[in-house]
Design a protein around this ligand. Structure first.
Ligand code: IPE
Ligand code: IPE
Ligand code: MG
Length: 262
């Protein structure tokens, strides 16, 4: 982990032939980058290892991407770690993941503190096994005053569940007289999502080649740019991130309007 201490230039100094840090415009970085961290299992099985080893390797990759985003000065990094549908996996894999989340979070807390990272969770963490929940709550409290990058971890997250929850909260506020039904607009919905204090992601990266959203941030990605790479998440590194940002910066984001030149 010694590279965590290196400065930006050092961190991105040794680069592959096809890409370098100069290929991106640091003045036009996405403020919020979001990763659907997919492919841990396939990474492991393609090497004759068990899926658990893939999840462990996935954590090493996440650490690298956190550090890279901190070095670049990205405001928000979010990462999809466990979906509401992932409970459907074999109990042994669910248990392993929950254990790994708790262990990693304790192990990595010094890094998050050193880098001034504030942690947030997207999703219902109250439904997690007690140990994992307690570690997460401890981490939240320990980093709440940090002023650097926000790391938003989506755990037990599903966008449909999030939207149903927002609807419930709106109904409660209307019933209690806090909100008028006529005032229920996009802002009122956005304010009741787990991401209420975050800008929408400008760039969503999905590893391992799947061209789908898998119930992730359905509301927030309305105008996000997508970048899908065949690389499995454990192999995704700072250069994969730089390639994704370069691709993002080459796009013409129109938001339903027309580009100036047209
Ligand atoms: C992503 O990797 C991690 C989680 C969903 C927890 P997968 O476990 O989905 O890996 P693949 O897609 O089976 O290769
Ligand atoms: C999406 O990956 C969820 C996470 C990365 C946590 P999945 O592996 O669960 O998605 P599907 O099943 O391929 O759609
Ligand atoms: Mg998967």
């Amino acid at each position: 982990m010694q590279y965590d201490e290196t400065k930006f230039a050092e961190y991105f100094a040794e680069h592959p032939e096809d890409i370098s840090i100069d290929d991106i415009d640091m003045a036009r970085l996405p403020r919020h980058i979001s990763c659907i961290m997919d492919g841990n299992g396939r990474w492991a099985t393609s090497r004759g290892m068990n899926r658990g080893e893939g999840h462990k390797a996935g954590i090493v990759a996440l650490r690298e991407i956190i550090t890279a985003c901190v070095r670049m000065g990205v405001d928000v990094l979010s990462a999809y770690a466990f979906s509401t549908e992932n409970w459907n996996r074999p109990q042994s894999e669910v248990n392993l993941l929950m254990h790994l989340f708790a262990k990693t979070f304790i192990d990595e807390l010094p890094l998050l503190k050193r880098e001034n990272v504030r942690v947030e969770f997207l999703g219902d963490i109250s439904a997690l096994p007690q140990k994992t929940r307690e570690v997460f709550e401890y981490g939240l409290a320990e980093t709440k005053d940090h002023t650097g990058m926000i790391l938003a971890l989506a755990v037990n997250y599903g966008a449909r569940a999030e939207l149903a929850r927002a609807a419930r909260l709106i109904v409660q506020d209307v019933q209690s007289g806090k909100l008028m039904a006529e005032k229920v607009d996009e802002k009122a919905v956005a304010a009741r999502l787990y991401t209420s204090d975050l800008p929408d992601p400008e760039l969503v990266i999905r590893t391992s080649g799947e061209m789908r959203v898998s119930n992730y941030l359905l509301w927030q990605i309305a105008y996000s740019e997508f970048y899908v790479t065949d690389t499995y998440w454990p192999d995704f590194d700072r250069w994969g991130l730089v390639r994704a940002i370069a691709s993002f910066q080459a796009r013409d984001r129109r938001f339903g309007g027309l580009t100036d030149s047209k």
